[in-house]
Write a protein that binds this ligand. Sequence first.
Ligand code: GRF
Length: 203
Amino acid sequence: PSVVVLISGSGSNLQALLDAQEHDELGGDVVAVVSNTADAYGLVRAREAGIDAVVLPHTEYDSREAYDSALIKVIERHSPDLVVLAGFMRILTPLFVQYFFGRLLNIHPSLLPAWPGLGTHRKVLDAGESEHGASVHFVTETLDGGPVAIQAVANVLDGDDEASLQERVHTREHLIYPIAVRWALEGRLKLEGDVATLDGHAL
Ligand code: GRF
């Protein structure tokens, strides 16, 4: 089974997936990485792993629909079983979400449904929460609102700032994303209606 990973930045989650692949723990292969920005460091990570790395700049398209249509075409060159968003900082249109429905995962730095959207670490600190974390979820048309597949908790510690908290959450992201991708590629993790299931059981 194959995966296409979409990125916009550093790609540390991409690296976690590549490392899992290297150890035969991903359940399949990352066959291409697509970035909407040319300077995303994740492109370097992909090339170093010998994986096709494509830049598709959103600035060259007039509308989100036009961009997403082009993105579907680039992805479909590889006919992947799964599309994985790993720090892809663009809101996708219903067209794209419907096209890959049930085959599209995202990772979000919070314990969803708490704290959808951007700036989660700051929000968690400002709210005085004692727990934070990361979630992998199926993508639906509601931003960060699709059914959750797996989560990991990161405690908020005294003296944490945004940077320290982000780093702790990142370590959790790197643990759970390869697990979720493996489950999906093995056909164990599915989206059935609006429920995520693992081995046929609702999560
Ligand atoms: C991660 O925090 C992820 O949860 C969010 O974007 C960030 C991407 O980080 N969606 P990286 O590019 O994988 O290092």
